[in-house]
Design a protein around this ligand. Structure first.
Ligand code: URA
Length: 252
């Protein structure tokens, strides 16, 4: 039986949770005005945390029996192994053309995506649309999904555990779409799938051959549109990546 003190603490926690508090504030102050952190810096500190890999996760999805998109979506919508679903309004599965040869993968839904249930419909989505248009593509000619299908509270980055739990979903998703090329948008999507040691600034703009089941897919890591909104000077590199993507599709 729980001791009196423990019971009191549990009651207090329940009360706090009922008031809508879902994050714990750290003891040391954080400079939230310091926004010029690069994608690399953010990712490398994140990578430090990605050390325990899958060892501590007891709730990984089992997708062996899943062989079509509807079943995958259905399985994900009933999955309770990732706590993020609790605070999300909608699960964000995908958008675009299921028969497309091009699949783009982002990090996780933000506020607008959570409300609308579609990936990349907010500010970074608008920039993504323009980027696609610049190489003659559109939302209707590509397929888009995220590493994590539920919005992390306050738009924080998904944790190592959340990414690892959701990883089988996106890997299966890629297998089912079977695109000719894959573009990874940002450091989280890149690290989740490639486990790269170097940051996105180094790894972007180079094709990597990835395997998903029996499928082999040339994969191009690139910057995330949200990062480009913060650092417009980096757009020239994304433009190079977009041209590489276009060339690859034209050749295939
Ligand atoms: N950022 C992402 O990575 N994905 C979205 O769907 C929206 C913003």
């Amino acid at each position: 039986m729980a001791s009196k003190k423990l019971q009191e603490n549990l009651d207090l926690l329940r009360k706090i949770k009922l008031q809508g508090v879902n994050e714990i504030i750290g003891n040391s102050p954080k400079n939230r005005l310091k926004s010029n952190i690069t994608e690399d810096e953010a990712n490398l500190s994140q990578n430090d945390k990605y050390s325990n890999e899958l060892n501590n996760i007891s709730s990984l999805p089992d997708l062996k029996a899943i062989n079509n998109l509807d079943d995958l979506k259905d399985y994900m919508s009933k999955f309770k192994g990732c706590e993020l679903y609790k605070s999300a309004t909608n699960m964000v599965f995908s958008d675009g053309n299921k028969s497309s040869q091009i699949m783009l993968i982002g990090e996780a839904p933000g506020h607008d995506e959570d409300v609308q249930g579609k990936p990349f419909v907010g500010r970074s989505g608008k920039l993504l649309n323009k980027m696609l248009e610049a190489i003659g593509l559109s939302r209707e000619t590509v397929y888009i999904a995220n590493i994590v299908p539920w919005r992390p509270p306050n738009n924080r980055r998904p944790t190592e555990e959340e990414i690892n739990i959701c990883l089988p979903f996106i890997r299966k998703h890629i297998e089912l779409i079977a695109p000719k090329v894959l573009m990874l948008l940002g450091s989280t999507a890149t690290y989740a799938l490639l486990r790269n040691k170097e940051g996105i600034t180094k790894i972007r703009g180079k094709w990597v051959d990835m395997e998903f089941g029996k499928l082999k897919v040339p994969t191009l890591p690139s910057f995330h549109p949200a990062f480009l909104l913060r650092q417009p000077a980096q757009k020239k590199y994304s433009w190079e990546d977009l041209k590489m993507l276009k060339k690859k599709i034209d050749e295939s």
